[in-house]
Design a protein around this ligand. Structure first.
Ligand code: ACO
Length: 428
């Protein structure tokens, strides 16, 4: 393949370099297009054909169903690593040594508290508030309590900012849940591991000794790993673009949480369970809902199906499907919606509408079923996703700042009115 691309615009022949990634992905570098062509830009709504950056964090091949963090396969990491190791790997590029991991854990623990005044802000929310809104607001509020801007050229400053947010975020996530449940707020127990402590902060009751369940905690650890990064998806691109204005880490992460909330992105895990419950309540007729999903006049979509990048299968969905069976078996949970989910999947995989459009179950199709079996309330599914995605967002923000990327500022093609004269209100 040639290492240049040729484009003819208005009779002018332009040449652009073609850059090659570590896995041989090719991209036409159009940095000089506008200047060389006299003002021509590209247009690509939804960025289906646009690479926004180069990145050394996550490799994803949607055609072959490959996902790797820093070169390690998601299957191997989900099987052998724990969440904190994966967080370190994503953020700093290498698996930590035992000493680095112990220090990372201790430094995060030292930051695993928030200012008591954060409770007053939480107090102002109604109990009905969605925890994603609460989490985004409280993450943004952390700026007020930690106003120092990070010197990104100082490794120490950067490290301190990272352990701070890694420590405080699980507290806020658990508090968003406790607020909803009317439970007293606490800071957990720093003798516990990251995931164990988070689960204690979520479920600890004031009148009962908390007992950890290793099946539940191991599953949560695995789910967090599976969600930890996914290259330039909607929320990650949001984090990078907000950070590109040199807004701080908390502001960037808070924006990422808002982007993740939508049902076409992380909010799909909640939407999937609600959809499966609706189908169950409607008599469990999966064929009826398959027909609705295919009907272009009907806005209904089969939630948990389809993916912008995976056009074969989502490797995370494969791991989660097996884990769902294992976890439900180990906990002795029989969930009728699992059967509905399996039925829908079977039908979709042999239906030409879904096959032709390469629509396969995505990570969210089965994650909600596991979360439910583990006792996580439906509205907390997307905050759980955010907790998992936190290291990915941090890693991408750090990379963007260290690569000194310019401020993200796309162009547009204007389709509005041409110049016209102002008419006084009495003459309109
Ligand atoms: N149900 C029914 N039809 C679908 C679905 C679905 N879930 N997803 C896509 N399609 C159809 C579209 O209607 C379109 O059909 P057409 O070509 O006849 O017009 C075609 O498949 C392509 O769909 P697009 O929306 O153009 O694909 P895009 O890449 O923009 O969207 C998305 C991807 C948003 C994930 C989409 O598949 C969807 O809405 N899925 C349901 C929501 C969901 O599960 N989101 C979670 C994604 S994973 C994550 O963010 C963690």
């Amino acid at each position: 393949m040639a290492d240049i691309a040729i484009l003819e615009v208005n009779g002018k022949r332009l040449e652009f370099p073609v850059i090659k990634g570590a896995e041989n992905e090719l991209a036409i570098d159009i940095k000089t297009l506008r200047a060389a062509s006299g003002g021509v830009v590209t247009i690509d709504p939804g960025y289906k054909n646009t690479g926004s950056c180069t990145s050394a964090i996550t490799f994803l091949n949607g055609e072959e169903g490959i996902l790797r963090y820093r070169g390690y396969s998601i299957e191997e990491l989900a099987d052998k690593a724990d969440f904190l190791e994966v967080a370190y790997l994503l953020i700093f590029g290498e698996l930590p040594t035992a000493a680095q991991l112990a220090k990372f854990d201790a430094d995060i623990k030292a930051e695993a508290h928030v200012d008591e005044d954060v409770k007053k802000i939480l107090d102002g929310f109604p109990k009905t508030a969605h925890p994603m809104g609460v989490l985004s607001s409280l993450t943004s509020a952390l700026i007020a309590f930690n106003p120092d801007s990070v010197n990104v050229n100082s490794e120490e400053d950067m490290y301190n900012a990272i352990v701070k947010i890694m420590g405080k975020f699980p507290v806020l996530t658990a508090w968003a849940h406790r607020k909803k449940m009317g439970l007293p707020l606490d800071y957990g127990d720093d003798s516990l591991g990251y995931v164990e402590n988070f689960m204690k902060m979520m479920f600890n009751k004031p009148n009962k000794e908390y007992k950890a369940n290793s099946v539940i905690n191991n599953s949560i650890d695995k789910l967090l790993i599976l969600h930890a990064d996914h290259e330039q998806n909607c929320s990650t691109s949001t984090v990078r673009i907000v950070g590109s204005s040199h807004a701080g880490l908390y502001a960037s992460i808070s924006a990422g949480i808002s982007a993740l909330w939508g049902p076409l992105h992380g909010g799909a895990n909640q939407a999937v369970i609600e959809m499966l419950e609706d189908i169950k309540a409607d008599g469990g007729d999966t064929k009826k809902y398959m027909a609705k999903a295919k009907d272009k006049q009907d806005p209904f979509r089969l939630m948990g199906f389809g993916h912008r990048v995976y056009k074969n299968f989502d490797p995370r969905a494969k791991i989660i499907k097996v884990a769902a069976d294992d976890v439900l078996g180990a906990l002795g949970v029989e969930d009728p919606i699992l059967e509905i989910a399996k039925g829908l999947e079977q039908e979709a995989l042999s239906d030409s509408y879904f096959v032709d459009r390469k629509l396969y179950p995505n990570v969210d199709f089965y994650s909600g079923i596991i979360y439910r079996a583990l006792g996580i309330p439906t509205e907390m599914f997307t905050p759980m996703f955010a907790l998992g995605r936190l290291p990915g967002w941090i890693a991408q923000w750090r990379e963007m700042r260290l690569q000194k990327e310019p401020i993200g500022r796309p162009r547009q093609i204007y389709t509005g009115e041409n110049l016209r004269s102002f008419k006084d209100v009495s003459k309109r």
